[in-house]
Design a protein around this ligand. Structure first.
Ligand SMILES: [Zn+2]
Length: 366
């Protein structure tokens, strides 16, 4: 069990993974890593239902004998899945958790580990967002957890180890890579929003975390045109950059360096999609569109950002992303209300006319 330590005035806490290993066949080193970290005894391995379940099964058999492993398959990454993992973990007296998956199984693992007060390791199977190395979880699930657990989860911990096998990640669909690239581009507007909140609202700010987040995004930008070819080397760059961004979140102790108005736009789109019963576009793709528009509002070089996205084959228009134009406009008008986070959207947000003008000026809608 962990003692819960929160930051106070003058006291800073940095939570970061102890082991990050990535490269071809990294997964084969799981046992050694767990052993070195003293993560032995009984583990729950959490995965999705299809491809990630198979990877989790293979991993389970490779650990067999040394560690007692119980496999929990999650359905949709909702709060019920978190409860299922917690129940199973309590039943078998699990010492730690292992999350295997692209996004949702990792989020479920993080929340269950936080509630149980145990350590966890993540084995990402795609490079679609920066949650692979950070304590942060998907916004909607974190809201559900807040309702369910209240204050009983106090502070999310970073994964103890991140094991990113680029052979496995390279088998993920191309859209996952594009989404990961989009989530990295988002750092340009997120960091700018954070600076603004620091200057106008005296919010805590870490120059170190901000620089690290921007550096991750810049590294990915330099290799924009290689992303779409899904070579092992470009996958490695993308994974490294996403891990860097995740570590920046860990250092800041908040998702501020990675998530600003462009993420609020994406969350707003999720909300509207859910209400209308349509499937959302991938997280990083929505963030990419948000970044183009927020960069415009911030007076940043939005055309340069759009150009990099195009080079990486990431959609830069609502049409390419499969999102209805009126949903983009609507999302822009409600994005400021999504969470209590000061950004370029201010406290009153955009009027419908200003929102439409913004989307048209940046050619996100025609
Ligand atoms: Zn993100």
């Amino acid at each position: 069990m962990h003692g819960k330590l929160t930051s106070g005035k003058g006291l800073e806490k940095i939570e970061s993974p102890r082991y990050i290993i990535f490269g071809p066949n990294a997964i084969n080193h799981t046992m050694d890593i767990l052993y070195n970290l003293g993560m032995t005894g009984t583990a729950i391995i959490v995965s999705g239902s299809s491809i990630t379940a198979k990877i989790a099964e293979d991993l389970t058999s490779s650990l067999d004998g040394e560690i007692s492993v119980y496999h929990v398959v999650t359905a949709g990454g909702r709060i019920n899945d978190v409860m299922k993992v917690i129940e199973e973990a309590l039943k078998v007296k699990a010492d730690f958790l292992i999350g295997v998956g692209g996004g949702r199984p990792l989020d479920v693992t993080k929340l269950a580990a936080a509630k149980l007060g145990v350590r966890y390791t993540v084995v990402p199977t795609s490079a679609s967002h920066d949650g692979i190395a950070s304590p942060a979880v998907n916004f909607s699930l974190s809201k559900q957890a807040e309702l369910k657990f209240g204050d009983s989860i106090n502070g999310m911990e970073a994964p103890t180890a991140v094991i990113a096998d680029t052979n496995i990640i390279n088998r993920a669909p191309l859209i996952a890579f594009k989404s990961g690239f989009g989530d990295l581009v988002a750092k340009f507007t997120a960091v700018r929003d954070w600076e603004l909140a620091y200057k106008l609202k005296d919010e805590p700010y870490s120059e170190y975390a901000a620089s690290m987040s921007l550096l991750s995004a810049k590294i990915a930008m330099d290799h924009a045109s290689e992303i779409k070819f899904r070579l092992e080397e470009s996958t490695r760059i993308l994974v490294k950059a996403l891990i860097g961004s995740g570590v920046a979140i860990s250092i800041a102790g908040s998702s501020r360096p990675a998530s600003g108005s462009e993420h609020m736009f994406s969350h707003a789109l999720d909300k509207i999609s859910e209400r209308e019963g349509v499937k959302s576009a991938p997280h990083g793709i929505q963030c990419a569109l948000g970044t183009i528009m927020m960069a415009y509002l911030q007076g940043q070089d939005w055309m340069w950002i759009r150009d990099k996205l195009k080079k990486a084959g990431v959609p830069t228009t609502a049409e390419e992303a499969g999102i209805k134009p009126d949903m983009v406009v609507k999302a822009l008008t409600i994005a400021h209300k999504i969470r209590d986070r000061y950004t370029i959207l201010g406290v009153s947000g955009l009027t419908p006319r200003a929102a439409e003008k913004l989307a048209r000026s940046t050619r996100v809608i025609q």
